[in-house]
Design a protein around this ligand. Structure first.
Ligand SMILES: Cc1ncc(C[n+]2csc(CCOP(=O)(O)OP(=O)(O)O)c2C)c(N)n1
Length: 335
């Protein structure tokens, strides 16, 4: 069964989106969706080495959070990280090139899906280790504080990372030192093939509250709510009020990774259908745009056409790109 929607954030969202902003959010979310659908096609067509973990269904979290940030604010990401990269402004041609192991990729084709980082957008990188980026984000926040900048760091992680001890060591330090870091827990209900309810005792936010960290728990499929809530958390972090923990209820529409096709043994098909039909973040924003008369179906179709063209061009670029020279196999690699 779909989980009940949590209450809205305790502080009433103060921001209302302009038409330009709302359309920009829509473009970004749709870009993530269409990018990911192409990733799936590349996998199914045996054109992509390895696996990828699709973000489809969770787009409102990445976009709502990243839109509340400045370009020079930091993010760290996870194994399910394509959405975070695109939301922070990464270019899809370099991302596809990375996924295909090609030289123009973000890591010259040596990192693949789970290691994309982008210095131009202060994206400190995806991380294949569950919870692995918590220390990096907290360290970036410590660095910002010591350098006297007002930058903020956001750490995205899945609820599976709640089982990692590192998270608690880092939240303890962040609270003591009032670091400008926001821990964003994307609760897509499953850690691989196990419901989080079987692995996580108590209330999720209670874990951060134990350190005196400010928390919010919200519906993650509503991009406007995610944006407004994050904006408040960013503001308090910039003002030196310390870390925050944002718990977002969300859902991955596909499997744990692209090869996870038969999911019925660990989650009911009815549940998937309910989320897809009733809580699809892209559809919800499209409906809202139409209801509020900011866009009609014709405009939404035009936007979809434009993004489809961009994605197709990016895939073609990556397919045609060269592989790195064999001689550089040990360059840019740290062990
Ligand atoms: C330290 C560590 N343990 C186990 C794994 C294997 N693993 C990869 S993804 C995953 C589940 C992650 O669940 P969650 O953090 O909720 O993220 P989601 O996949 O739902 O986005 C596990 C256990 C890993 N990558 N790192």
């Amino acid at each position: 069964m779909a989980q009940p929607k949590p209450k809205s954030a305790s502080k009433k969202p103060s921001s209302t989106l302009s038409r330009d902003q709302a359309l920009h959010f829509y473009r970004r979310m749709l870009k993530i969706r269409l990018f990911e659908e192409q990733v799936n096609q590349l996998y199914l067509g045996a054109k992509m080495p390895g696996l990828a973990h699709l973000y489809i269904g969770q787009e409102a979290v990445a976009v709502g959070v990243c839109e509340a940030l400045r370009l020079d604010d930091y993010i760290t990401s996870t194994h399910r990280g394509h959405g975070h990269c695109i939301a922070k402004g990464a270019s899809t041609d370099k991302m596809f090139a990375e996924l295909l192991g090609k030289a123009p990729g973000y890591c010259r084709g040596k990192g693949g899906s789970m290691h994309i980082a982008d210095q131009d957008t202060d994206n400190l990188g995806a991380n294949a280790i569950v919870g692995g980026s918590v220390g990096i984000a907290t360290g970036a926040a410590l660095s910002a504080k010591m350098r006297g900048t007002d930058q903020v760091a956001v750490c995205f992680f899945g609820e599976g990372a709640l089982g990692q001890g590192l998270l608690y060591e880092e939240m303890n330090m962040a609270a003591l030192w009032k670091l400008p870091v926001i821990y964003v827990c994307e609760n897509n209900q499953y850690n691989e093939y196990t419901s989080y309810r079987e692995t996580t005792a108590g209330e999720v936010v209670a874990r951060a509250q134990a350190f005196g960290i400010h928390t919010e728990s919200i519906e993650g499929q509503d991009v406007q709510l995610v944006y407004a809530t994050t904006s408040n958390l960013v503001e308090r972090a910039r003002l030196g009020e310390g870390p925050a923990f944002l718990h977002c209820q969300t859902y991955r529409f596909h499997g744990h990774h692209v090869g996870d096709i038969d999911r019925s043994y660990y989650r009911p098909m009815k549940e998937e259908e309910e989320w897809k039909n009733e809580r699809d973040p892209v559809k919800l924003l499209a409906q809202w745009l139409q209801k509020s008369e900011m866009a009609d179906r014709k405009l939404l179709n035009k936007i979809e056409g434009e993004i489809t063209s961009e994605i197709n061009a990016a895939v073609s670029f990556a397919l045609a790109a060269a592989y790195p020279e064999p001689g550089e196999v040990d360059q840019h690699v740290y062990a």
